[in-house]
Design a protein around this ligand. Structure first.
Ligand SMILES: C[S@@+](CC[C@H](N)C(=O)[O-])C[C@H]1O[C@@H](n2cnc3c(N)ncnc32)[C@H](O)[C@@H]1O
Length: 234
């Protein structure tokens, strides 16, 4: 992932992430006036949606560049640089979208999040899951992320002693003018790994993607996000 280097271009190329963040906030709204710590807040899509509900948001991200952009975009939140993959500061409630799947060991991360919350404390979680970006993965293989399906994520939450009260997968087909535009969008939003393709391989990939996923007005990519409302069990 290259979010730190892409902080300036993330927002313009992250339309699906924005939609899922807004859907997550609407899926299980917090009560007005509660204080929520957001992890991996990026440029503040979920932050803004939570603030609109009257929630007080401590927005955190490990990238100082993201925090800077986020603070400018959503100044009403309390922004701070904070790593969400190790032990985290105590919180009354946690919210996060588009972050946990980047952890090498999400089970260990969930244990840290569990430890930071009181009994009954809420975790509002959004995470991409199968079949997200399956057309691309069919062509280039897995990575940089290990993809999990809904059941695998729910098992991880259960094993980390979270009670899941509501969950659902949102799936949408995004249309891009071409495979090149699609890959550029991924690149400029920072979600790609290190390049490991020769120019010839990239040319073949683009040609195959355009051919296999053609639609009337461009090429299609599937996006899928798991939304979870959970609380801590002791
Ligand atoms: C795909 S972006 C999602 C941002 C935002 N939540 C959204 O939905 O648009 C992932 C974010 O997680 C941040 N991030 C990556 N690793 C992190 C870590 N260990 N702790 C906290 N934030 C992290 C990145 O800097 C980036 O801003």
């Amino acid at each position: 992932m290259h979010f730190h280097e892409r902080a300036e271009t993330y927002e313009a190329h992250a339309a699906p992430q924005k939609r899922f963040a807004e859907a997550l906030a609407a899926f299980a709204p917090f009560r007005r006036g509660v204080r929520v710590t957001e992890l991996g807040a990026g440029t503040g899509f979920l932050t803004a949606a939570l603030l609109a509900q009257g929630v007080n948001v401590d927005a955190t991200d490990s990238s100082p560049a993201m925090v800077e952009v986020g603070r400018e975009a959503v100044p009403a939140a309390n922004w701070k640089v904070h790593d969400a993959f190790g032990p985290i500061e105590k919180a009354k409630a946690l919210a996060s979208t588009g972050l946990l799947h980047w952890a090498a060991d999400p089970a260990a991360v969930l244990k840290h999040w569990h430890a930071a919350l009181p009994e009954g404390g809420r975790l509002l979680l959004g995470v991409p899951c199968d079949p997200c970006l399956n057309e691309l993965r069919d062509l280039i293989g897995e990575g940089p992320v290990r993809w999990r399906d809904e059941a695998q994520w729910l098992n991880l939450l259960k094993a980390a002693k979270f009670d899941v009260h509501a969950h659902g997968v949102l799936e949408s087909e995004e249309i891009y003018p071409s495979a090149l535009d699609f890959l550029r969008s991924l690149h400029r939003s920072g979600v790609t790994g290190d390049p490991r393709m020769s120019p010839g391989e990239l040319r073949d990939l683009l040609r195959d993607y355009d051919r296999l996923n053609a639609r009337k007005d461009g090429v299609a990519a599937t996006w899928a996000w798991l939304l979870v409302d959970a609380t801590v069990r002791r």
